[in-house]
Design a protein. Structure first.
Length: 123
């Protein structure tokens, strides 16, 4: 019998094991990229909610009341919850507005946070 004409069973099994390990690594990397892509989409939509909420303050030209407000909004079919905290600044002509946006089911982790300042304007 000539042993130079092919692979032994052991060589084939080792090659298959190496291939299986490589394919598992590729599958894991692909799954991580999918998770990262979904997280990025959530953060983008949340930042749009925060930007829109801040733009509403600028457009309304209304002096915001001090305190905390919250509400819910849907952005691209995704339910999100926003929280707004209005505080005084050292300059009495300005108020600090901090907006945080959370996923509807994960209210312990803010997807977006935006801080802005609104001037009182002339009386």
């Amino acid at each position: 019998m000539n042993r130079d004409n092919g692979f032994t069973l052991l060589e084939v099994l080792i090659a298959l094991a190496i291939l299986a390990i490589a394919m598992a690594a590729v599958a894991r990397a692909s799954a991580q990229m999918t998770d990262s892509s979904h997280e990025l989409k959530l953060r983008l939509l949340a930042s749009w909610v925060a930007d829109n909420h801040m733009a509403e303050h600028a457009a309304q030209s209304v002096w915001p009341d001090l305190g905390v407000k919250s509400g819910e909004v849907e952005q691209a079919g995704l339910p999100l919850r926003w929280e707004e905290r209005v505080t005084n600044t050292p300059n009495t002509a300005f108020r600090r507005i901090e907006i945080r946006v959370y996923a509807h089911d994960h209210e312990d982790h803010a997807l977006a946070q935006l801080v802005g300042y609104l001037g009182k304007g002339k009386d």
